[in-house]
Ligand binder design. Sequence first.
Ligand code: ATR
Length: 281
Amino acid sequence: MNDAVLKAGVIGWPIDHSLSPPLHDFWLKQYQIDGEYLPFAVEPQNLETFLKNLADGGRRGTNVTLPHKEATLTIVDHADDLARKIGAVNTVVVQDDGTLHGSNTDSYGFLENLKDHQPQWRASAGSAVVLGAGGAARAIVVALQNAGAPEIILLNRTKSRAEKLARELGGDIKVDDWDNRADVLAATATLVNTTSLGMQGQPPLEIDLEKLPGAALVTDIVYRPFETELLKNAKARGNPTVNGLGILLHQARPGFAAWFGVEPEVSDELRSHILSVMAGH
Ligand code: ATR
């Protein structure tokens, strides 16, 4: 084993279809870094042991994906404010003293993706409607709050989950009924789908956009298919849209920088590479 090799990876259960290894491998090659980024299938009952031994063999940290993001927050030695607020960690960095630092870069990835594709967008332009109340919704609601959204309207099929999320996060979050999703759009500046609806193999997201103002930005965390029906419909009526692939690409940047020492860029070549990997899965 060559100890000069910089090592990191991603843990999940399952982990087979993670796009993080091809993503980090692309950057390692682009920046000619002698590094290694491997997927590790870690069963939930083995998570704590895996993390406690993370630095063995010279690993500098790891990304964390489903279903370990929440549990990792309780295992790391310290976590940043954002990770604590979201209640989940997706990036662990081994510190010089051997302790584990947890952060959550999903909010960052979400906002950077919007900045990248619709730089004129401002969260402060008006209220945001967020569909869904799962783990992804948490990071996105926090992102929108921190970016200055004056009000967030949260709708979820299971309303109690949305109410719980609103209670836990605080701030100006109004919960409405899932069935009102077309009606709440009248004064919206930002519409985000964080549900799995519209994803390949999932039911479609049915939402009438007629009341949505023409300047409202529409974005979707779903990136399989690359352009969801929601985005197609929004684009067809002239709304600015941003697809979800960039969230995956941008959330990976801070971890790569911490482990491998280079701030990586999200280029068109990277996008095409990841799309071709996705097509092969
Ligand atoms: P994640 O943590 O990745 O966001 P999740 O917790 O499973 O994943 O959340 C999936 C989201 O999609 C939830 O908001 C879910 O609504 P429920 O909380 O009611 O389950 C939403 N979702 C999934 N299938 C749905 C459907 N058929 N109709 C409406 N919402 C759906």
